[in-house]
Design a protein around this ligand. Structure first.
Ligand SMILES: *Cc1c(COP(=O)(O)O)cnc(C)c1O
Length: 392
């Protein structure tokens, strides 16, 4: 069994993918060819956002968003420690300081109440109010932005996050790397904050055959800046450079492949949602904590994740499934505040108890649009059967 079955997807649209690739080979515009603009237009439309700017990866999308907002040294960027490294890596890369905020245990997303505390603590430089990073001795850091992550494809609570951000004059970036295709109070993901960033890494809900990403915004000036930053800070032309940028374009070939995949994307989202409903219906009495979708949320189920009673139980279940040929994965085994790469921030174990607890107990099941009911049933049976290993 595959954790994500890209071959089954390819079998549905192989001809279309080949035709699109051949078109690029024929016109030869490998950099910023017509497929790039077409993809940007279609995805902007799908997300109900004015501007979509493709780029080389989800990580570059986050980097471009922070650069476009002028964030850098001396700035505090609030984010969750329960996410992929890229979310916080880009903050550090541009010299700003990540201020981690724990998650809500029901959604695995940033906890708005703790966000409010973290902002106050940063302003007052008082780590009694909320755990803070080791702050440069140069006079503190200034709250500038929040990167909220839509983990596992479930949007964060943007009504509350955006309200807190407005109150404190912060920019909100939506890390929608896992949530393209999700909805929150009827609005599509990638349109829920000032700027949003998604990823086309092959295993994401809308994945290409390589790296790729996209930024979204309704703000004309930010859009213009992101378009400039992704091509070495270009001005009126490629050889007029008005700011320091990066080489962060999406390949035309990748755009051509994504266009073919986008044609079947909406159907795939509903298949993913059916698959998640089926898992939940079958596993809610299993003793494992199943994921919940509160009123107003429609996740895209980049991952279907469960909480075991403890680390040992997780291991027993994972080994039992593995023996039956069923792959599982742990997202994420080490919360970011405890990663070596962030050791200089001097966070300690115990700072973010919900993230730390989840990292010990969480695991994810195979999840993709082509997981048949029979395959799903065998996953469920194996999980229910793992109980006997635990009693042994
Ligand atoms: C995948 C991912 C990224 C990075 O995307 P890439 O395209 O791999 O660079 C960023 N944030 C989250 C939450 C992700 O899952």
């Amino acid at each position: 069994m595959q954790f994500v079955d890209l071959a089954a997807q390819q079998a549905q649209i192989r001809e279309k993918i080949e035709a699109n690739i051949h078109q690029v080979l024929d016109h030869g515009k490998y950099i910023m060819g017509p497929e790039v603009a077409r993809l940007e237009e279609k995805l902007a439309d799908f997300c109900g956002v004015r501007h979509a700017m493709s780029c080389a990866s989800g990580t570059d999308a986050l980097l471009l968003a922070l650069l476009a907002h002028g964030i850098g040294p001396g700035d505090a960027v609030f984010t969750t420690p329960f996410t992929f490294i890229a979310t916080a890596e880009v903050i550090r890369l541009i010299g700003a300081t990540p201020v981690f905020v724990d998650i809500e245990k029901e959604s695995y997303n940033i906890d708005p109440q703790k966000l409010e505390q973290a902002v106050s603590a940063t302003v007052k430089m008082d780590d009694q109010l909320h755990p803070l990073p080791q702050i440069p001795k140069t006079g503190g850091i200034k709250p500038r932005a929040v990167i909220a992550v839509d983990l596992f494809g479930l949007p964060a609570d943007y009504d509350r996050i955006n309200a807190i951000a407005r109150k404190h004059g912060l920019i909100v970036v939506e890390d929608a790397a896992q949530s393209f295709g999700a909805r929150y109070n009827g609005k599509p993901a990638c349109g829920l904050a000032d700027t949003a960033c998604t990823s086309f890494f092959p295993a994401k809900p809308l994945g290409g055959y390589g790296d790729g990403g996209m930024c979204f915004t309704n703000d004309d000036a930010w859009a213009e800046k992101i378009r400039s930053l992704r091509v070495h800070g270009k001005g009126t032309s490629k050889y007029d450079n008005v700011r320091i940028g990066i080489n962060g374009r999406l390949d035309t070939l990748q755009a051509a492949i994504l266009l073919a995949k986008f044609d079947i994307f909406e159907n795939e989202v509903s298949l993913r949602r059916q698959c998640a409903d089926q898992y939940t219906a079958r596993l809610k009495e299993s003793g494992l904590v199943v994921p919940i979708e509160q009123e107003g949320y429609e996740g895209v189920w980049a991952q279907y994740s469960l909480l075991a009673a403890d680390k040992n139980t997780r291991q027993v279940i994972q080994e039992h499934l593995k023996a039956e040929g069923i792959p599982t994965a742990v997202y994420y085994p080490i919360p970011l505040h405890l990663q070596t790469a962030f050791a200089d921030l001097e966070y300690i174990k115990g700072n973010f108890p919900v993230s730390e607890d989840c990292s010990q107990r969480i695991f994810s099941l195979p999840m993709h649009p082509y997981l048949t009911e029979e395959l799903q049933e065998s996953v469920v049976e194996a999980i229910l059967g793992a109980g006997s290993d635990m009693n042994a």
